[in-house]
Design a protein around this ligand. Structure first.
Ligand code: SAM
Length: 275
């Protein structure tokens, strides 16, 4: 990794700059994100969300339009005060970094935050969602955004899940990534947590015998969702006392994972949500 220079401003015009290469690696490869503990989030809104929520920021790259934008300048000042290196780059360099023809005016590199099973204390929380081997980054990002919208406490990533810090997942969260805690765990850790969970534990399942509108969900609730292709693993389903199903009438075999999560979340939180 290139030498980190903090709390400074640096102009970059060359695609061959090592920081540009580093950011390209973070965009393209999970291995780079895992090894460095960093990830890329595109856009001024996400930069503002990240900074307001107190996430660690390593670099904030500003394209030419950001130089006259007061919100972008404020974000840059905050990031710099927190030790970030501010990169002033051309549109061409921004495009190369993000692999996009029309890049955002601001791109940030942030430090990942990830809890483990032992960090989860459900007491006094509203609701957690557990995802069994979620594969699609768009689904994961959308679920994180929806958990945020209903006032959920966090998302558990059980088993081999897609990377929540992949650019597509981050983009789909629309900034909620910075407000919703994530916890990574094994299936056994999940089953141990579910076994001592103080509120309702409900898994959505295509063979569920209970209409999802029937249970009287008690908080903290734990909503468990299956994998896009294979559904919920049998032993995980067995760890959940209630298997709920969302009725369907047409020819579709099942609902999209993120859609099913949204429907169930709004039912579980119905009493607590008002305009
Ligand atoms: N072929 C998979 C199966 O047999 O379960 C389909 C999985 S579905 C695309 C992904 C997940 O969304 C399911 O595991 C379940 O958690 C949830 N889901 C989708 N439609 C559902 C429904 N009608 N009722 C309950 N859960 C549903």
């Amino acid at each position: 990794m290139p030498q980190q220079r903090t709390g400074a401003v640096k102009q970059i015009t060359s695609h061959a700059n090592p920081i540009v290469k580093e950011i390209k690696g973070l965009v393209a490869q999970r291995k780079h994100r895992s090894q460095s503990g960093l990830f890329v989030a595109e856009g001024l809104k996400l930069a503002t969300d990240a900074l307001e929520a107190g996430w660690g920021v390593r670099y904030l790259a500003l394209g030419p339009e950001a130089r006259d934008n007061p919100v972008a300048q404020k974000a840059a000042a905050t990031a710099k005060a927190r030790g970030a290196l501010i990169l002033e780059v051309s549109t061409a360099v921004m495009s190369a970094m993000t692999r996009k023809d029309n890049p955002q005016m601001v791109v940030g590199v942030y430090e990942q935050n990830m809890l483990g099973a032992k960090d989860i204390d459900p007491t006094g929380t509203t609701l957690w969602v557990a995802l069994d081997r979620v594969r699609d980054p768009g689904n994961l990002g959308t679920i994180i955004r929806t958990v945020d919208a209903v006032g959920g406490a966090g998302v558990m990533l059980v088993g081999d899940c897609t990377d929540p810090f992949a650019v597509e997942a981050v983009r789909a969260t629309m900034g909620s990534l910075f407000h919703v805690p994530l916890a990574k765990m094994s299936k056994d850790e999940f089953k141990a947590l579910a076994g001592k969970w103080p509120g309702t534990v409900a898994a959505t399942h295509l063979k569920g015998a209970v209409d999802y509108r029937e249970p009287d969900y008690s908080e903290p609730a734990l909503l468990v969702m299956g994998n896009e292709q294979k559904g919920l693993e049998d032993d995980m389903a067995a760890a959940c006392p209630t298997l709920i199903r969302i009725p369907q009438v047409g020819q579709a075999d099942s609902l999209n994972l993120a859609v099913a999560t949204g429907i169930a979340l709004y039912e579980i939180r119905r009493k607590h949500l008002e305009l």
